[in-house]
Write a protein that binds this ligand. Structure first.
Ligand code: FES
Ligand code: FES
Length: 216
């Protein structure tokens, strides 16, 4: 049976929300393995840049041994396997890498992992409370067909949550302005604004309560 694009994307969003604690724990173990690799004599030059970083990612504490120059984006994707956060430009120009840091949206490609030490990070994988229970804005994106290829979507959703929380979703013009840092090459802007507008009709506190504790 042929799957519709909407069905396929819905299952993809749900799957992103079901990354298990074990997956993160496993990734953290791999990262710990990197330390011994870096401490091997042949890798001595890396030592001067190594740092132990403790993050709280989607409600789970994780400890990583990283090169201190590692971006939060690379820490999430390459060390924790949380590839829902997308790398677009890697230069702060597209918004694809947006995550919440202590409840506020940041560009993870321009944030060093060490800057997130001890802070709460929410990624797209942490929005759903459990598989099948999407965050209202995830559901609104599906209902409004606010995506085509889906590459920008995790960043759009995290940024949309930030936009609502910041009180910048009072009108379509305000939403467009607040979301102007999130580019969509597929041009799904009208439906993205509609999805955010739908959810913004609920109180900002309701939305905040739908984000797990990591959302701040
Ligand atoms: S990947 Fe971070 S802004 Fe483009
Ligand atoms: S849906 Fe394709 S880039 Fe936004």
């Amino acid at each position: 049976m042929r799957e519709s694009r909407r069905t396929f994307l819905k299952s993809g969003i749900a799957a992103a929300g079901s990354v298990s604690a074990g997956a993160i724990a496993g990734a953290a173990t791999v990262a710990a393995g990197d330390v011994s690799e870096r401490t091997a004599p042949g890798n001595a030059p890396h030592l001067e840049h190594s740092a132990a970083v403790t993050l709280e990612v989607n409600g789970q504490p994780v400890m990583l041994a990283l090169d201190s120059r590692t971006s939060l984006l690379d820490a999430l994707r390459d060390h924790l396997g949380l590839t829902g956060t997308k790398k677009g430009c890697n230069h702060g120009q597209c918004g694809a890498c947006t995550v919440l840091l202590d409840g506020r949206r940041v560009l993870s490609c321009l944030t060093l992992a060490v800057q997130a030490q001890g802070r709460q990070i929410t990624t797209i994988e942490g929005l759903a409370r459990h598989p099948g229970a999407l965050h209202p804005l995830q559901q609104a994106f599906i209902d409004r067909d606010a995506l085509q290829c889906g590459y920008c979507t995790p960043g759009q959703i995290l940024s949309g949550i930030g936009c609502i929380r910041e009180g910048h979703a009072g009108s379509d013009a305000a939403i467009r302005e607040a979301m102007s840092g999130n580019l969509c090459r597929c041009g799904a802007y009208a439906n993205i604004v509609a999805a955010i507008r739908d959810v913004a009709r609920r109180s900002a506190s309701d939305v905040a309560n739908d984000v797990p504790a990591t959302g701040g």
